[in-house]
Each structure stands twice: as C-alpha cells, then as structure tokens.
Design a protein around this ligand. Structure first.
Ligand code: 6GU
Length: 252
C-alpha cells in the first residue's frame, strides 16, 4: 500500500511513521509513505501556498494551484490513487472507512493548514474528505497520521497475527474488556480473582460482561445500536451486581 502525503510540513511525519509497527511495516515493504512538500509545487516567484480569503475574514486560505499541480503529477503514475482531503468538514473517519481504505492500493492524503483549503480543491479534485473527530486541529497532518496508522494495521502482515483484526471486523461495536498483567497486586490493588482461576469459560463470560457494561456506561451511543442476546442480558446483570458489590465494600 502506498500513501502519498501532501503537506507544507512533511518533516512532521518522520517519527510517527518510522517507529514501532509502522516502521517495521515500511522496512518490510508492506507499506510505503511518500512525503511531498506542497511548496515544491508552487511555481510563482515567491512559492506562495496561501492567500487572503475572498469576501474578507480572518486568516489565510490555501491556494488551489500548488495542491492540484501535485495531485495531477501523482495521478500520472500507477497504481491510480484515491485522493483524500483531511478537513474538519469531512466525513467522520471510523473503522468501517479504515477497512474500505485498506483495500485501495494507493492513497493521496492532502493535509490542509491555516483557515482551510480553497473549496474548489475539495469539490473538484478529491474523491473523499475525512475528519477524525469533532475538535479543531492546527492542520490535517495529525489527522493524516491517524488515517495511515488505522489503515496500515489492517493490511495483511502488518500486525503479527491477523486474528486480532479479523475479530474486530466481525464483532459488534463494543469497547474492549479490561486487561491486566503482573504483578497480581500493585499498590494494594488486586487483579480480578476470576482471571487467576484458569476457568476459561468463566473468564470469557466475565470479559463479555465487562465489555458490555463499559460500553453501556461510557458509550451509550454504541450500546443503543446493539442487539443483546439473553445471555448478554444475564452477563450485564451479573456485571452490574458485581460493580454494586464493589461500591458497597468501598463505603463500608
Ligand atoms: Cl482532518 N483537520 C483539522 N484541521 N482539524 C481536524 C480534523 C482535520 N479532524 C478533526 N479535527
């Protein structure tokens, strides 16, 4: 998979893409990131990439010419890329979109800066506009890194075991259950007894109950879209009782 990244600050990407799992994936040739400085495609004397907004107002807007020159230059080479603009006005990026992008052989990610990008770029020269959440960043660079990370880990071979992403794609939108490792007791806080029992079926049920209850309390929006089995209802009841029991104990 090839990521062509268009940015005014390509050096921002070096460390996030060079370390850990993504760094390994690059070394192994599973993913390739090509960084392009938008300024290199500004052909006027001052290599201007932004200008004042028509109609007045605060801040600067990124000019269309350098971005479109870059996109058209990259579009001439194979495989044909899908062009994505990172903008707070975009469609909200999620796991489903990550999975569909992971099937594309090549992506161009355009990182906007300042107050935004000339609307004609978005409207006529991109295939998709994405936002990573309801908050405002200083530019699209961090958003592009989020997309590269979320998409790359879905590419076969990038994570050691493909089972971990297979599982994600088929289960409902449920938060993960809590994980623990050694020591069994840390600063007086103990690992839940059930996890030390070696009783695999009981552990599985407990984890499901924990995932359900934390989804209900932390993400009621996800919980509302779920269809619970009678067993889920029972696990949820047990998890709630256990939680109440813990509160009792603490207040004694
Ligand atoms: Cl893609 N860009 C900016 N500047 N801010 C954002 C965003 C993108 N997604 C969420 N906030």
């Amino acid at each position: 998979m090839i990521f062509d990244i268009l940015s005014l600050f390509p050096q921002m990407f070096a460390s996030p893409l060079g370390e850990s799992i993504l760094g390994k994936a690059m070394e192994r040739g599973l993913i390739e990131t090509r960084l392009h400085n938008i300024r290199d495609f500004a052909f006027d004397k001052h290599q201007m990439t932004d200008d004042r907004p028509f109609g007045g107002g605060e801040g600067m807007v990124m000019k269309p010419e350098p971005i479109v020159e870059a996109v058209e230059f990259l579009r001439k080479t194979r495989p044909t890329p899908l062009v994505v603009l990172l903008t707070p006005q975009g469609r909200l990026f999620n796991q489903r979109i990550a999975r569909s992008l992971a099937r594309v052989p090549r992506l161009i990610l355009i990182c906007g800066r300042y107050e935004g990008v000339d609307e004609r770029v978005a409207e006529h020269f991109t295939d998709e506009q994405l936002s990573i959440g309801d908050y405002v960043l200083t530019g699209g660079e961090l958003a592009a890194m989020v997309v590269v990370d979320a998409v790359s880990r879905l590419i076969p071979g990038v994570l050691g075991n493909s089972a971990s992403t297979d599982e994600e794609s088929f289960t409902e939108p449920l938060l993960e259950y809590p994980q623990y490792t050694r020591p069994q007791e840390f600063r007086g806080y103990r690992v839940p007894e059930i996890l030390l029992s070696g009783h695999h079926e009981a552990i599985k049920r407990w984890r499901r109950g924990q995932a359900l209850i934390r989804t209900r309390t932390r993400r009621p929006d996800l919980f509302a879209r779920m269809t619970l089995t009678p067993e889920d209802e029972e696990l949820l009841r047990q998890a709630s009782d256990e939680w109440r029991g813990r509160l009792w104990k603490e207040s004694e």
